[in-house]
Write a protein that binds this ligand. Structure first.
Ligand code: GLU
Length: 391
């Protein structure tokens, strides 16, 4: 049976693959410590669970009406985007999706035709290029440099834009880099995109996970032009530890949002109804647990950064957001007798029983990604093992 050309050309998600492999090894009784998926170890806040349970008990178990988001969830999204991001959106400018990933996929499907160029800064989240290719688009990469915290410059962005450019995918705080653009840096990039016939897909799923004195600005908040051309994506997974609930949202130009809703109506019929009630509570209820989780992530960020930097052959940038570090481990390749990030990750898994994601999946073969959305005990135990291996 022949698989479609589209699917044959598609790479498997490396983040999910590493996580599944670590889980399978654990199920076999192997003591693996996984730094794979970006999945918070905290439980979903109780108020959010209670809201979803009440929705189930109250019979909110039918199709979401409308499919692109129940009014309560859309109103909560508008409240959040105003309160935290200073953005004014109407419910008609919002759809609720089965995770932030679905929001990104719908945006790309709605906007990209064969041969259209999509600018993606490197390192990038594994799924962006594959989503673009699936739509027939052409990823155009801008190389970040770890000496500059991987951030792209306005000059690099300007020279990557061609008449075929339809989209810039922007992700700050970054997965996998753990870096965050300052408000001035985002504004400088927005000054380049202003007036260009392109959409900025701004994946802001880590907007509340900031460390040190790092500040955040939404791309859409940079200027009226940026507001008009930006799709702002976010969701419950990272901020509210709701990964398994699959709930996200996107806000932007009403005509694009309507097109995305049409696509959604012909694919998933939207996000789960009672989960949308959970999202509404997450966004509008007490934010105390978010504050606590963020503080815990910051302590972990400090620890993992210091420990990785102390290892021979490893250099690691200080994480200012999200819950990832993306150390350059190429200085350890010769010692381990490995040729790139895939072999490095395989060696670390085999010999130290520590799961990390090879950097090549994010566009750099000199790096690997550690997620520190796990306990401090696991960070210490895992890094003890890696340190022993690297000598
Ligand atoms: N976004 C998370 C990660 O990068 C979850 C897995 C995925 O969807 O990629 O690990």
């Amino acid at each position: 049976m022949k698989l479609s050309n589209r699917v044959q050309a598609l790479a498997e998600s490396a983040t999910l693959a590493v996580t599944a492999k670590a889980a399978a090894m654990k199920a076999q009784g192997i003591d693996v410590l996984s730094f794979g998926a970006g999945e918070p170890d905290f439980d979903t806040p109780q108020n959010v669970k209670d809201a979803a349970i009440a929705a189930i008990t109250g019979g909110k178990t039918k199709y979401a009406k409308p499919a692109h988001g129940i009014p309560e969830a859309k109103a909560a999204v508008c409240t959040k985007l105003k309160r935290e991001n200073g953005l004014d959106y109407e419910p008609s400018q919002v759809i609720v999706t089965a995770g932030g990933k679905m929001a990104c996929a719908l945006a790309i499907q709605a906007l990209i035709d064969d041969g259209d160029e999509v600018i993606i800064p490197v390192p990038y989240w594994v799924s962006y290029p594959e989503m673009v290719k699936l739509a027939g688009g052409v990823p155009v990469y801008i190389e970040g440099n770890d000496k500059n915290d991987f951030k792209i410059t306005p000059e690099q962005l300007a020279s990557a834009i061609t008449p075929k450019t339809r989209m810039l995918i922007f992700n700050s705080p970054s997965n996998p880099g753990g870096f965050t653009y300052s408000p001035d840096e985002v504004k400088a990039l927005a000054a380049v995109t202003a007036g260009k016939d392109l959409v900025v897909l701004s994946d802001e799923i880590y907007d509340r996970l900031l460390y040190g004195d790092q500040k955040f600005i939404s791309f859409a908040a940079c200027s009226p032009q940026a507001y008009a051309q930006t799709l702002t994506v976010n969701g419950g997974s990272k901020t509210y530890s709701m990964t398994g609930w699959r709930i996200g949202y996107v806000a932007g130009d009403a005509a694009i949002i309507k097109a995305m809703a049409k696509l959604q109506s012909q694919s998933t019929s939207g996000a789960c109804t009672f989960v949308q009630h959970g999202l509404a509570e997450a966004l509008t209820g007490s934010q105390d647990t978010v504050v606590k989780m963020r503080a815990a992530f910051e302590e972990r960020a400090t620890r993992i950064h210091a420990r990785l930097n102390a290892m021979p052959g490893v250099t690691c940038n200080r994480p200012t957001g999200a819950f990832y570090v993306f150390p350059n481990v190429s200085g350890a390749y010769a010692k381990l007798g490995v040729k790139g990030s895939v072999e490095f990750a395989a060696k670390v898994l085999e010999e130290a029983k520590v799961a990390v994601v090879p950097g090549i999946a994010f566009g750099s073969d000199d790096h690997v990604r550690f997620s520190f959305a796990c306990s401090m005990e696991q960070i210490d135990a895992g890094l003890d093992r890696v340190a022993k291996l690297l000598g």
